[in-house]
Design a protein around this ligand. Structure first.
Ligand SMILES: [Zn+2]
Length: 96
């Protein structure tokens, strides 16, 4: 695995998402829920260093409130453990 893919993998792991093996044709990786294995999206490997962590950090509120991520709620649970005050603020903001 090259450095950028490893960086993407680590960034998504913080919110409870696993990077799967590359999809056909290589440059896209499937994102799987670390709780139940359901596919929750795709990510390309053409990100620049630092972008993956930034992207995931920007989406924190969406994962916290359940607007993004898996219906099983795993990303919401994971973000709650990561930063409970921020998680609570996001839930209030999105009325989740
Ligand atoms: Zn799930």
């Amino acid at each position: 695995m090259d450095a950028i893919v490893e960086e993407i993998r680590r960034a998504y792991a913080t919110v409870g998402i696993t990077l799967d093996a590359p999809a056909a044709y290589g440059t896209y990786y499937r994102l799987l829920c670390a709780g139940c294995g359901r596919m929750v999206g795709n990510v390309g490997d053409h990100l620049l260093p630092g972008m993956a962590a930034e992207l995931v950090a920007e989406q924190f509120e969406l994962y916290a409130s359940g607007l993004l991520g898996c219906p099983c709620g795993h990303q919401s649970q994971t973000t709650r453990q990561l930063d409970t005050p921020r998680w609570q603020a996001a839930r209030q903001r999105f009325d989740a």
